[in-house]
Design a protein around this ligand. Structure first.
Ligand code: CP
Length: 316
């Protein structure tokens, strides 16, 4: 297996099954640290740099919490407008990364431009972790999500993932690539203007992902093991920031999960949502047996602990 030490985590396109399994195994080993709210010294003397050009609650803070749990340190920015990259100078990724690589040992980047973390990786001598790039990918989120499926259901294999919502989204791309490595089915349910592109579907075919498209939630709800959700009411992911509008449309029924919809689902099916949510996933679902998005959020710290420990060479 390719070593993780010093490696960039940019995409799940080339991630192989044994690498998923290895990362999940490390996550299992480190999970008690997070669960028991302990701190360790596994990454003492290491520094994480966060470079966030788009807003984030979970991804940035989960990486930071993971680093602190492992005894490391954190520096960085959560708003590029307060840096030279976001003011008059519009400092390039190349110049910014040339600086940041001297300030820490691993860099986590979220950017509104697809491919920005890949560009950063060209110029950095330290590992770059993609924390979401435009509509591109969100590899650490999907590693978290599949780890959650494995922890909660025993295996990713044999599962039907019904992926509901905006399929332009970066999580939908990463999960499509990831599922090619498992014996699992990806069922796509999206509004027409948020459907996966022909090029993306061709890529899935090339990789061997078992996918199909359905028109209505009723066509598939009874088959679903995992309901994997994204909003259909959401901001432009190619912008650095979008303020809340005074008025926005509501989620059509077909892309909304309610208690009523879940009455037609398998009793052991689970719902994942990387959050934040709009009205596609109503709070009335939160205390049903299906909700696993809070566990998914908790696992976000565990998975980032595993990835940081791996790319910094603290575990093999
Ligand atoms: N799931 C996720 O990426 O959330 P944030 O945008 O808050 O990081």
């Amino acid at each position: 297996m390719r070593s993780f030490a010093g490696r960039d985590i940019l995409s799940l396109k080339e991630f192989e099954r044994h690498e998923f399994e290895h990362v999940f195994g490390i996550a299992d080993r480190l999970e008690p640290i997070a669960r028991e709210r302990r701190n360790t010294d596994l990454l003492a003397h290491k520094i994480l740099v966060t470079a966030f050009y788009q807003p984030s609650t979970r991804t940035r803070l989960a990486h930071e919490a993971a680093m602190i749990r492992l005894g490391g340190h954190v520096t960085g920015f959560s708003d590029a407008k307060m840096t030279r990259a976001g003011d008059f100078y519009q400092e390039s990724i190349k110049d910014t990364v040339h600086m940041l690589e001297y300030y820490g040992d691993v860099l986590v980047m979220r950017h509104f431009e697809q491919g920005a973390p890949h560009e950063a990786a060209r110029w950095a001598s330290i590992p770059i972790i993609n924390a979401g790039d435009g509509w591109g990918e969100h590899p650490t989120q999907v590693l978290t999500d599949l780890y959650t499926v494995q922890s909660e259901m025993g295996s990713v294999d044999g599962k039907t993932f019904v992926c509901i919502g905006d399929h332009r989204m970066r999580t939908m791309h990463s999960i499509g690539y990831a599922l090619s490595q498992f014996d699992a089915e990806m069922v796509i349910l999206a509004p027409e203007d948020m459907s996966p592109t022909k090029d993306f579907l061709a890529e899935l075919d090339e990789k061997g992902t078992n996918w199909r498209i359905v028109d209505h939630i009723d066509d598939v709800i009874a088959d679903a093991d995992v309901l994997y959700m994204e909003p259909v009411v959401q901001p432009d992911y190619t912008a650095s920031r979008q303020e809340k509008e005074d008025e926005y449309s509501l989620t059509p029924d077909n892309y909304q999960i309610t208690r009523e919809v879940m009455k037609k689902a398998k009793s052991d099916s689970i719902i994942l949502h990387s959050l934040p949510r709009m009205d596609e996933l109503l709070p009335e679902v939160d205390n049903t047996r299906h909700a696993r998005y809070w566990q998914e959020a908790a696992n976000g710290v565990v998975m980032r602990m595993a990835l940081l420990a791996l790319v910094l060479g603290a575990v093999e």
